[in-house]
Design a protein around this ligand. Structure first.
Ligand SMILES: C[S@@+](CC[C@H](N)C(=O)[O-])C[C@H]1O[C@@H](n2cnc3c(N)ncnc32)[C@H](O)[C@@H]1O
Length: 389
């Protein structure tokens, strides 16, 4: 494909991604994968270049752009190679007309950028939310064989390595034998923040496909009980094969009904040493991996998420034994999902208090701790621990 044809392809893909973002359709990655599946003429270099154009345009535009062409023209104003592609050649985009509108550049929609500022996330920290994410792995301490993969160590995080972004780990023996898991350093830190110990009774209330469940099991040295619960059957079904590969024997999945979570966990009432609520959230801390998420978030969606988070904290509280711990985690830097939730929880629940988190990294933030791409080179997280008296 010519450079111009690649740019035209990126425009068409952006149009599909914009439409999906407006209508709640598929994620950008899915749309791109489907698009390439029906265009076999695009070689690997074409695919890489088109993907890069698409993601550069998504990163550039804080608001949903009016069109893929307007987004690409905004990128062209900053990148001569892309500007030259608007040449009217066969399969390429038509030249820009005088005064043709460009999409606005920005970090996030205005309402969301304002909420980030209110949450103490300054403009330079907001910009870092859109950096390229590193590729981190966690060494599984349940396997004693040394790793053959090489990578950069991550300060204070003894079992983590940072690898070159395009490393194909799934072809490695380390991955096949369960000696490593792909996990952002921030996720590894928040799993460690739980301070799960061998022999404990632990509930991972929003376990998804089990990224943190497996890290908790490793911290527990595969001893104790570990319930991995979630309302999403598809995600939860991915956990048992991952656990088997990792040699984790203590994790048991439990599928929950949305709104009736407590019923499925009635046997655990007042019993858990630790409940982790890795809550569904806006994901403002993961824009490095998923920059188009900021086009999908609306004030209404955020309000629904914060209501669910508050409800899940209440469900979790009923599962914790006296003296036990409740850890709230969100991969978001919005206070509405983090520090405000903790204050509201403590106001609703007498007999609970926030306790300090014992980690060598993180920035104290109200009742919890923050990790950010700018300060800690991790995804953005808020984590807080409460203890029942
Ligand atoms: C941030 S993700 C969890 C990621 C996972 N802990 C990990 O480390 O990979 C949030 C999870 O909450 C789940 N969820 C949403 N609503 C829920 C509910 N009412 N009860 C339990 N889990 C819920 C979602 O299905 C999603 O898997």
């Amino acid at each position: 494909m010519t450079p111009a044809a690649r740019v035209q392809s990126a425009i068409e893909l952006l149009d599909a991604i914009i439409e999906a973002a407006r209508g709640g359709g598929a994620a950008a990655d899915t749309i791109i994968a489907r698009w390439f599946a029906t265009r076999r003429y695009a070689g690997s270099k074409d695919r890489r270049a088109i993907r890069e154009h698409v993601y550069a345009a998504i990163r550039l535009c804080g608001e949903v752009p009016p069109s893929g062409r307007a987004a690409m023209l905004a990128l062209a104003d900053r990148d001569d190679a892309i500007a030259q592609a608007f040449d009217g050649s066969p399969y390429g985009p038509q030249p820009a007309t005088t005064g043709e509108p460009r999409a606005a550049a920005g970090i996030a929609p205005d309402w969301l950028a304002a909420l980030l500022i209110d949450s103490g996330v300054a403009a330079d920290e907001q910009a870092a939310l859109l950096d390229r994410a590193p590729f981190d792995i966690r060494r599984n301490v349940l396997k004693s064989v040394p790793l053959s993969l090489q990578g950069e160590p991550i300060a204070f995080l003894n079992n983590a390595l940072r690898l070159p972004p395009d490393t194909q780990i799934e072809a490695s023996d380390d991955w096949r034998e369960g000696r490593i898991e792909v996990q952002d350093a921030g996720s590894q830190w928040v799993a460690l923040a739980c301070a799960a110990r061998p022999g404990e009774h632990v509930i991972d209330l929003c376990a998804g496909a089990g990224g943190k469940t497996l890290a908790l099991a490793a911290a527990m040295e595969n001893s104790g009980t570990l319930i991995a619960a979630d309302t999403d059957r598809t995600r939860l079904q991915r956990l048992p094969p991952r656990a088997e590969r990792a040699g984790v024997t203590i994790a048991r999945t439990r599928l929950l009904n949305p709104g009736r979570e407590a019923e499925a966990l009635a046997d655990c009432r007042d019993a858990a040493d630790l409940v982790l609520v890795d809550a569904p959230c806006s994901g403002t801390g993961t824009w490095r991996r998923n920059p188009e998420a900021r086009w999908r978030l609306t004030p209404e969606r955020l309000a629904r998420l914060t209501a669910t988070q508050a409800r899940l904290l209440d469900v979790a509280a009923a599962l914790v034994r006296p003296g036990g711990r409740l850890v709230h985690v969100v991969c978001s830097l919005l206070d509405a999902e983090g520090a405000d939730q903790i204050e509201a929880f403590l106001a609703r629940h007498a007999g609970w208090r926030a306790v300090p988190i014992d980690l060598p990294v993180g920035t104290p933030h109200r009742a919890g701790l923050r990790l950010t791409p700018a300060a800690h080179s991790t995804d953005g997280f808020f984590v807080a621990m409460m203890q029942r008296s």
